[in-house]
Structures are given as structure tokens and as C-alpha cells.
Design a binder for this molecule. Structure first.
Ligand code: NAP
Length: 301
């Protein structure tokens, strides 16, 4: 667990600002936040680029995101990352909302320019870059199955896949109504020839696996070894591409372990964390992010 600042400390910035050299100019907010690995990739990147700034964690309670954003702006911050549970609250707390963030329904990156709050989403584009890097293919050429498609991350992946016009999308979610709402949004985008919704049970998922190329876990299951299996293990074939958005501090998720045994190609949530972080950096500094420095920082975290 890492150090973090409390909301009260943020609101009394003059009392804490002196603790930071280089000065704190970037932050990640969430609740909880101590587990976030974002500082371990952004601080080496800032050093490597000779930027005199430091990236810190701040715990912000629900309902206080707008206040926190204004305070960051007053205190001279350049940008903020937003994680669970604040990505939706952040949508309404910015002055200028990027059209992609609006479409994906969440803001995970704030850039502060001349006191104005600009909101972006780097999770969706980060997902596209992760697939390209890990599997050497474009999402547009794939048939995609999303587990947890009704959650925030699943919806963003589904809508992003639809925006690039992938070959088909199957949306699986424990609460079916949420997946149906995402299906309606995707049909409105109109880029994907086949869009369907499926129950999260073994029989339905095994059938859907036979007709998909890329399967994405966007549920919150997989952080613990004891978590229920998401897919019947024998439904994963060597030709599958398996993307687990979840990452664990102590090794593979159960889904990735099954996928590896089946000979499938895999990518984990740390790769997504890396690419969304690199895109945030690009929004803040209008320059390419030092990706390998960031990757190394995460590896050492
Ligand atoms: P969220 O909005 O709370 O969604 C949670 C999803 O998990 C929902 O689809 C929910 O289904 C499903 N779920 C929860 N418990 C379940 C269970 N017992 N059985 C089946 N489904 C279950 O959370 P989120 O923001 O989308 O995040 C989801 C996961 O993605 C988290 O683990 C998060 O850390 C990870 N993530 C990683 C990155 C990264 O950079 N690597 C980025 C974003 C998110 P219901 O709709 O039925 O509740």
C-alpha cells in the first residue's frame, strides 16, 4: 500500500504543499486509493522527461469530486486521473467534456488548462492500444465477447469496440438489463453488423466462445483466487485472445491461468493501466509518453 493524501489535506493545501519536492502537480483520485500503482509509472516518466512535477494519490469521498477538481485547479495542478468510484461523477464536474468521454460515459483523465477543467477518457483508446500491442491485431477485425459489459469498464470497452466497427459484439452481464441498455447504445452507433446479449451462465458462454476471437473480462471478479470462474475452462481454445482488465499484485488471475493452459494468447490489466496512463500523459503534456520507462516503473511497483 502506498502513501496518500486525504480530502481534508487537499482542501488545506498550503499546509501540505511544502512536503513535496518536486512539487505535486498531478494526482490520481479514488476511494480507496492507497493501492493505485499510477504514481509508480508516472513519476519515473516525469523524471525521464525532465518535468519538475510529482504525481500523488488523493483519497476523495463520493460526492466531493467537483470540489476536489476546483481545488486542484486553484493549487496549480496540471492534471488528474480518476478511478473507482469517481469516473461517472467526474463527467458532470468538468468544464469541457471530450466527445469520446461523453460517448464512453466516463471521465478518467482531467487536464487543467488556464483554470479550465477538460475531461477525457483514456481507458477506451488504451484498450485498443493494448490489444494491438499484445496480439498484433486491430479490434475492428475481431468478434468480441465482453464479460461484465454492463459495468463502467465493460460499457467503455463495448462502445469503443463499436466505434471502431468490430465484426461482432456479444455482451454478457450478471444483470441482464444493463447489458441490454449497452446493446441499444451500440445499435444506435450502427457500425457493428452483429450485436447480442447473453446470460452469464456456462452453457451460454461456452456457445458464445465458439464464435468469438477476443474475450474481455470487465467484471470485478479475478482479484482473488477464490473468485468464481467466469468461463468453463474447456471453452477456451488456443486461437482465443484473452484480455483480463483485472490485475493482481500477486500473480495471474484465474481466467488468465486457464487461458495460458489452453495455449491462448493473454493480456492483463497492467497493460491497460500502462496504455491508459500513457494517453493521459499525452493529454497533459502534448508529447509522446516514455512508454518503456512507464512499463519498467509498473514492473518494479
Ligand atoms: P463496475 O462498474 O462496478 O462493474 C462491475 C462489473 O462486474 C459489473 O458488470 C458487475 O455485474 C460485474 N460483477 C460484479 N460481481 C460479479 C459477480 N459476482 N458475478 C458476475 N459479475 C459480477 O466496475 P468497473 O469500473 O467497470 O471495473 C470493473 C473491473 O475492471 C474492476 O476490477 C477494475 O479494477 C477493472 N478495471 C481495470 C482497468 C485497468 O486499467 N486495468 C481500468 C478500468 C477497470 P452487475 O452489472 O450485474 O453488477
Amino acid at each position: 500500500m502506498g502513501d496518500f493524501l486525504t480530502f481534508d489535506e487537499l482542501m488545506n493545501w498550503n499546509a501540505v504543499a511544502g512536503r513535496f519536492a518536486p512539487p505535486a502537480r498531478l494526482a490520481v483520485i479514488g476511494d480507496p486509493i492507497a493501492h493505485s500503482r499510477s504514481p509508480q509509472m508516472h513519476n519515473p516518466a516525469l523524471r525521464a522527461c525532465g518535468i519538475d512535477a510529482q504525481y500523488v494519490r488523493v483519497q476523495v469521498p463520493q460526492g466531493r469530486v467537483a470540489e476536489a477538481f476546483r481545488q486542484f485547479a486553484r493549487c496549480g495542478f496540471l492534471g488528474v486521473n480518476i478511478t473507482i468510484p469517481h469516473k461517472f461523477e467526474a463527467l458532470d464536474a468538468v468544464d469541457v467534456l471530450d466527445p469520446l468521454a461523453r460517448q464512453l460515459g466516463a471521465v478518467n483523465t482531467l487536464a487543467i488548462r488556464d483554470g479550465r477543467l477538460h475531461g477525457y477518457n483514456s481507458d477506451g483508446p488504451g484498450f485498443l492500444r493494448s490489444v494491438k500491442e499484445a496480439f498484433g491485431v486491430e479490434v475492428k477485425d475481431l468478434r468480441v465477447l465482453i464479460l461484465g459489459a454492463g459495468g463502467g469498464a465493460g460499457r467503455a470497452v463495448a462502445v469503443q469496440s463499436a466505434l471502431v466497427g468490430c465484426r461482432s459484439i456479444t455482451l454478457a452481464n450478471r444483470t441482464l438489463d444493463k447489458a441490454l441498455a449497452v446493446m441499444r447504445e451500440i445499435r444506435e452507433i450502427g457500425n457493428v453488423p452483429l450485436v447480442g446479449v447473453v446470460e452469464m451462465d456456462d452453457a451460454h458462454l461456452a456457445y458464445q466462445m465458439s464464435g468469438c476471437d477476443l474475450v474481455v473480462n470487465a467484471t470485478s471478479l479475478g482479484m482473488k483466487s477464490a473468485d468464481t470462474k467466469l468461463l468453463p475452462a474447456d471453452s477456451i481454445e488456443a486461437r482465443h485472445l484473452v484480455f483480463d482488465m483485472v490485475y493482481r499484485a500477486d500473480g495471474e488471475t484465474p481466467l488468465l491461468a486457464d487461458a495460458r493452459l489452453a495455449g491462448a494468447k493473454t493480456v492483463d490489466g497492467l497493460t491497460l493501466l500502462l496504455h491508459q496512463g500513457a494517453i493521459s500523459f499525452e493529454h497533459w503534456f502534448d508529447r509522446p509518453a516514455p512508454l518503456e520507462v512507464m512499463r519498467e516503473g509498473l514492473r518494479n511497483a
